[in-house]
Design a protein around this ligand. Structure first.
Ligand code: GUN
Ligand code: ZN
Length: 441
C-alpha cells in the first residue's frame, strides 16, 4: 500500500473524552484504548483504534511506541497571564494588594518588545513541558506585548488565544491606556492576529475595577464589530474586590451585571474565578452560555476562596467550566497539579471531583469552554493533533503507587488517573506533540 510520508503512527494507551462525565457515566464519556494506535495525517487525527486492528492497514508507516504510557489530548489552560511568569510565588498578599505590590510593577516591563518576546518564549516552553498545548492568555496593556506573544506562539505552531489588557483607571499611570486608545489598539490587533493560522484574539478588559464605563462600552462595541472574537476578564474573585465593584457601579445589580450592561456576557465570554458569585449570577451565566475559568491554585494562594464547582456543573444552572492555572496568581503551570487542587476544593465542600471529571475539565471540557471543541480536546477524526504522552510511573514513588503500567479495567484506570493527578506534574509529561510534530520530549 502506498502511504504518504505525512502519515505517522503512535502506539500507547489512548485516552480521551467523548462526552462530559459530570452528566454521563465514565463508560459513556471516556474512550480508553489500551495498546492503541493513533494515526496522524498532515497534523490532524486520521484514525484511532487498537494496535492489533490497525497494524496491518498501516504496515508501511514507522510507529513511535510508548509502551505502558497514556497518550492523551494536550491540556487546555483557560486562564493564564504570560507577563506574570516571573512573579509566580510572590509572598503574603491577597488580590488587590498583590496587584499593587507585585503585578503592576512587573507588567510595566512588557512595553519592551524584546523583553516581552523573551518571557513569552520561556512561558510557552514551560506550558509545553507541562503538556499544555492551548491556553487563553492575558498579555499586558502594551500592544507590543501581544505581538511578542503571538509571534512566539506562531513560531511554535500553537493554537493560542490572547489579548491586550485594557485598563483606564485605578492602576499606576504607566499602566493605563484610555478608552479610545484601548479600542483602537485592540481593533488593530484583532485585524492583524485573529484567525491568523491557529491564533485567536480575546478582547481583554482586566476587570470592572480598572475600566471606566466608556472603556466597557467600547469593549462591547468591539464584540459587535467582530462577533467571533473572545471576551476575557476576571469576575468576582475576592471579597474586597466585589465590595469595590459595588461602590464603582452602584446602579448594577451585581458584579456580573456590570459586564452584562455592556453586552459582554455571551457565548465565547470567559470569566476567571467566579468564587463569590450569587445564585442569580450563576443563573445568568448559565442562561448566557458563558464560561467560568476555575483557578484552584490561585484561589488558594491569594486566599480568595472555594469555587462552587458542583453548583456550576449542576443541571439546574449548568455553566461551561474550564480549568485554569492563573499563573502568576496561580502556583503551577501543571494542569495535573491544578486538577489536584481542584479535587481539594471539592473536598473542602464535602463534594467529590472524580479523576475522570478533573481530566475532562483539563481537556475536552476546556476545549468546550473555549468553543474550540470542533478543533481540539479529543481524538475525534479531523481534530488537530495536539497530544501528550503521560507516564504514570514517572517518579519512584509514583511507580511504587502504580505497579501496573497499563490499566485493565475502568476501576484500575480511575485509580491510576487519580494518583497521577495527585502526585504528577511536569515530570509525568514524557512528550508533547503540536500538530503532529514533537515540541517537547
Ligand atoms: N484581577 C484583576 N487582575 C488580576 C490578575 O492579574 N490576577 C488575578 N488573579 N486576578 C486579577
Ligand atoms: Zn487572572
Amino acid at each position: 500500500m502506498a502511504v504518504s510520508k505525512s502519515l505517522q503512527a503512535y502506539r500507547g494507551d489512548l485516552l480521551d473524552f467523548v462526552d462530559d462525565p459530570f452528566y454521563v457515566s465514565p463508560e459513556e464519556s471516556l474512550r480508553y484504548i489500551p495498546d492503541g494506535l493513533l494515526i496522524i495525517e498532515n497534523g490532524v487525527v486520521k484514525e484511532l483504534g487498537t494496535y492489533e486492528n490497525l497494524k496491518d492497514k498501516y504496515i508501511d508507516i514507522p510507529v513511535t511506541s510508548y509502551p505502558g504510557m497514556l497518550i492523551m489530548p494536550g491540556f487546555v489552560d483557560t486562564h493564564i497571564h504570560f507577563p506574570q511568569t516571573e512573579i509566580i510565588a510572590s509572598y503574603g498578599e491577597q488580590l488587590l494588594e498583590w496587584l499593587e505590590k507585585y503585578t503592576f510593577p512587573t507588567e510595566a516591563k512588557f512595553q519592551d518588545k524584546i523583553y516581552a518576546r523573551k518571557v513569552a518564549g520561556i512561558f510557552l516552553d514551560e506550558l509545553l513541558r507541562n503538556g499544555t498545548t492551548t491556553a487563553l492568555v492575558l498579555a499586558a496593556v502594551y500592544p507590543e506585548s501581544v505581538d511578542a506573544f503571538f509571534e512566539e506562539a506562531q513560531a511554535r505552531n500553537l493554537r493560542m488565544i490572547a489579548g491586550k489588557v485594557m485598563m483606564d483607571r485605578n492602576a499606576p499611570d504607566f499602566l493605563l491606556d484610555t478608552a479610545e486608545s484601548s479600542y483602537v489598539q485592540s481593533k488593530d490587533l484583532i485585524e492583524r492576529w485573529h484567525n491568523k493560522g491557529r491564533l485567536l484574539y480575546a478582547v481583554t478588559p482586566r476587570f470592572a475595577i480598572t475600566s471606566t464605563n466608556e472603556q466597557l462600552h467600547l469593549t462591547g462595541k468591539l464584540l459587535e464589530e467582530f462577533s467571533d472574537v473572545y471576551l476575557h476578564t476576571h469576575l468576582s474573585e475576592n471579597i474586597d474586590e466585589v465590595e469595590w465593584v459595588k461602590q464603582l457601579f452602584p446602579d448594577c445589580r451585581d458584579y456580573l451585571d456590570v459586564y452584562d450592561k455592556f453586552g459582554l456576557v455571551r457565548e465565547r465570554s470567559i470569566f476567571a474565578h467566579g468564587v463569590q458569585l450569587s445564585d442569580d449570577e450563576f443563573k445568568r451565566m448559565s442562561e448566557a452560555n458563558a464560561t467560568i475559568a476555575f483557578c484552584p491554585t490561585s484561589n488558594f494562594f491569594l486566599g480568595s476562596g472555594l469555587f462552587k464547582i458542583e453548583k456550576a456543573k449542576s443541571l439546574d444552572t449548568p455553566i461551561k467550566v474550564g480549568l485554569a492555572t492563573d499563573v502568576g496568581g496561580g502556583t503551577s503551570f501543571s494542569m495535573l497539579q491544578t486538577a489536584s487542587e481542584a479535587y481539594k476544593v471539592a473536598q473542602l465542600q464535602r463534594q467529590k471531583l472524580s479523576p475522570f471529571q478533573a481530566l475532562f475539565l483539563a481537556t475536552l471540557g476546556g476545549a468546550r469552554a473555549l468553543s474550540l471543541e470542533n478543533k481540539i480536546g479529543n481524538f475525534d477524526v479531523g481534530k488537530e493533533a495536539d497530544f501528550i504522552v503521560v507516564d504514570s510511573q514517572a517518579t519512584p514513588i509514583m511507580a511504587f503507587r502504580n505497579p501496573e503500567a497499563t490499566a485493565k479495567s475502568l476501576d484500575e484506570l480511575g485509580d491510576k488517573l487519580f494518583s497521577l493527578i495527585i502526585m504528577g506534574d511536569d515530570r509525568a509529561i514524557r512528550a508533547t506533540y503540536v500538530g503532529g510534530v514533537i515540541a517537547n520530549g
